[in-house]
Write a protein that binds this ligand. Sequence first.
Ligand SMILES: Cc1cc2nc3c(=O)[nH]c(=O)nc-3n(C[C@H](O)[C@H](O)[C@H](O)COP(=O)(O)OP(=O)(O)OC[C@H]3O[C@@H](n4cnc5c(N)ncnc54)[C@H](O)[C@@H]3O)c2cc1C
Length: 453
Amino acid sequence: MAVSLENNTPHQVVIIGGGFGGLYAAKALAKASVNVTLIDKRNFHLFQPLLYQVATGTLSPSDISAPLRSVFSKSKNTKVLLGEVNDIDPKTQQVILGDEVVPYDTLIVATGANHSYFGKDNWEKVAPGLKTVEDAIEMRRRIFGAFEAAEKETDPEKRRAWLSFVIVGGGPTGVELAGAIAELAYKTLKEDFRSIDTSETKILLLQGGPRILPHMAPELSASAAVSLQTLGVELHTHTRVTNIEGDIVTFKQDNEFTEIASKTILWAAGVQGSPMGKVLAETTGVERDYSGRVIVEPDLSIEGYDNIFVIGDLANFSHQDAKPLPGVAPVAKQQGEYVGKLIQRRLQGKTLPQFHYNDVGSLAMIGQNLAVVDLSLIKLTGFLAWAFWLLVHIYFLIEFDTKLLVVFQWAWNYITRNRRSRLITGREAFVEAKSINNSSTYQTPEKKQPVKL
Ligand SMILES: Cc1cc2nc3c(=O)[nH]c(=O)nc-3n(C[C@H](O)[C@H](O)[C@H](O)COP(=O)(O)OP(=O)(O)OC[C@H]3O[C@@H](n4cnc5c(N)ncnc54)[C@H](O)[C@@H]3O)c2cc1C
């Protein structure tokens, strides 16, 4: 199946997903002589790396979102459609959104990934993950709601449960959440309550493997661990959560089981390919890996269909190293740009060498003046890494949406530790001492006799 202009109508490129992959594919095609239809179930692009700052009250959702229509308002060949794609017909070359169909000559699937609870989907209600704006607002409700409930609670054991935060997963999201909650509890909120001392807050970060930030150099993981511990975070490596029931988290570390009563359990442990991967597997027969990612060819197309591309977090690209490329924004961005360029080359009867990821390094924020940056040859920690992290994010936020003022206001608030977005909102915004986890199974620590932490 070759991509070609078979009649006089312009070549139709349909992109599903306006995240990093889809957005940069559409940008790469903005001046090409093709028609682009960008479909997303949300009307905005979301800068996910800063979601944890919405969850912890530094930023508001609009600071990290850009309406897709405004991003492409000047790209006359690009049409934005709001809708959720639920099926694809590769034979008739159509994508299906409810009752509507959209025909394509070339299809780019960039629908990203979702949380994975490793088969324990019932944990999701008690231990929410962080992927969408709604997730971040829910986490923010739980975090700030927990301090409010603790302020009203008179029973010391229950108060301890409100002031105990358990974060599952020691990758960048878990580390950034743990650091931000520690700064909140031990610095920002210190003067704000009368009945509780927020510095009594307990923050546990549980990591299955031997070190946090396992994708970084070991010395940076070690530095991040020391920084978190200095901030007051309890770090448990080699630790697996074995049960979450109501407000009780059970975890296993070195063959010893421990229980802790916590009203705020946050999930940052696993991801799986979005449901479009399953749709593609069923309609094209393409293979998926253990986490539901679609196995792609060296040019990011799928086997047997050189006019269907899968990019970003949904793609398993294993043609560069022994292991698949990581699910990070620069991979999705570069893959989007590559496919945009490849489509134009093919229409000119030319080709491109296979996709090659240019690793730009990785970084993680721990707290004020504390970050780690791994640029392969250059490794930074402490203040230098923190300043670098800030500059990189200012650069990306400006590139992503020219809201210069917001960006500088954010940077200023960040430097001054001001959390201007501490709103407790959502359908269950009013916090009742028993209900923040929607759990009716709360048992006091006396009944469960957990190991005291
Ligand atoms: C909390 C968090 C922190 C992160 N931190 C970092 C970081 O510090 N550095 C880094 O490099 N990466 C980070 N990442 C990873 C990075 O955000 C992803 O790798 C990147 O967003 C992947 O881009 P994507 O285009 O594949 O998917 P996404 O950006 O997830 O976009 C997918 C899009 O598809 C849309 N969609 C999904 N299904 C459908 C459908 N059926 N129909 C229509 N639209 C659909 C969604 O609405 C979404 O807009 C983080 C991710 C998270 C969740």
